[in-house]
Design a binder for this molecule. Structure first.
Ligand SMILES: [Zn+2]
Length: 175
């Protein structure tokens, strides 16, 4: 079980040269772009990272992350717990131009002044691993299919004025 925090910034070339392994927790509340996508989050992501120099001499990071997020149900818009996980392979580059040299199996990460913003990397990977849409099971959802089709009733829990049609409008606006 992970208990320590992942450092927010590292010197990735040094870590790769020593084939270091890093693992730790990242507080989801520290990830503002994730909050912009799916609302404020609590708890931690669990992250495992291996820094290496591969056979082609590339500095790479292979990683895995897991988190339980609260994602808005696209029918009733109230949050529901959803496990996300991701495996990824990152190639370190010192400029955007060099990213084009990486094979398509590698995602580029920008290393500036020998520093890598690990928090930003974890946030990017979490956002990439988000499911397109999530729905409650019908029995658990505040908006039932009947309400959506008949227009009767509403979700009174947090938005008493919201009609199911507003929900539909919202869905249309998003796509
Ligand atoms: Zn729902």
């Amino acid at each position: 079980m992970l208990t320590s925090r992942l450092p927010g910034r590292v010197e990735p070339y040094k870590l790769a040269a020593h084939a270091e392994h890093l693992e730790g927790l990242v507080a989801l509340a520290d990830l503002p772009r994730l909050a912009e996508e799916v609302g404020a989050q609590q708890g931690d992501a669990r992250v495992w990272l291996d820094f290496t120099i591969d056979a082609q001499g590339r500095r790479v990071i292979s990683g895995h992350l897991e988190a339980e997020l609260q994602l808005p149900c696209r029918r009733c818009l109230s949050p529901m717990a959803q496990d996300v996980a991701s495996d990824f392979l990152l190639g370190m580059v010192t400029s955007d131009a060099l990213a084009a040299d990486l094979p398509s199996t590698h995602e580029p990460v920008l290393v500036e002044h020998d520093q890598l913003n690990l928090l930003g990397v974890v946030e990017d990977e979490l956002i990439l691993s988000l499911p397109q849409v999530v729905y409650h099971d019908e029995a658990d959802c505040a908006v039932s299919r009947d309400q959506l089709s008949s227009g009767a009733g509403s979700d009174a829990s947090d938005a008493p004025s919201k009609s199911p049609f507003d929900v539909l409008k919202h869905l249309k606006g998003k796509t």
